[in-house]
Design a protein around this ligand. Sequence first.
Ligand code: AMP
Ligand code: ZN
Length: 125
Amino acid sequence: MNAQPDTTGGSPADCLFCKINQGTIPAEKVFENDGLFAIRDINPQAPTHLLIIPKKHITTLLDLQTADEELIGSIYTTANQIAKAEGVDRSGFRVVANCGSDGGQSVYHIHFHLLGGRPLHWPPG
Ligand code: AMP
Ligand code: ZN
């Protein structure tokens, strides 16, 4: 039995976040533009826990190309907007991307967690 995650990311046809983007799996979308969308995490680890997800199927941070720099920059300007809309801008929040096995990545389509609404520990566990 193979308990390792699928680090290949499979094809976009097999990918959870590509399916959510296409609407074949439901999720609560809170934001969308041409390049990305944001949903509420199904298993929230803080009162505010959103995932900001590029529409392009990129498996991990290690697969980013120079051509993706504008897209990844837009993750942070979107996080800025969402933090304000969710009311965590004044209290503070964290944006984090998990990469690979030790990083705790479980879905192999790049995404950025936006967490807030409670004090977050550092260093993380
Ligand atoms: P990571 O472990 O960093 O790869 O993050 C994947 C995140 O996706 C986890 O926080 C999961 O709770 C979340 N997740 C998994 N399935 C869904 C889903 N169907 N809708 C929303 N979030 C999900
Ligand atoms: Zn995907």
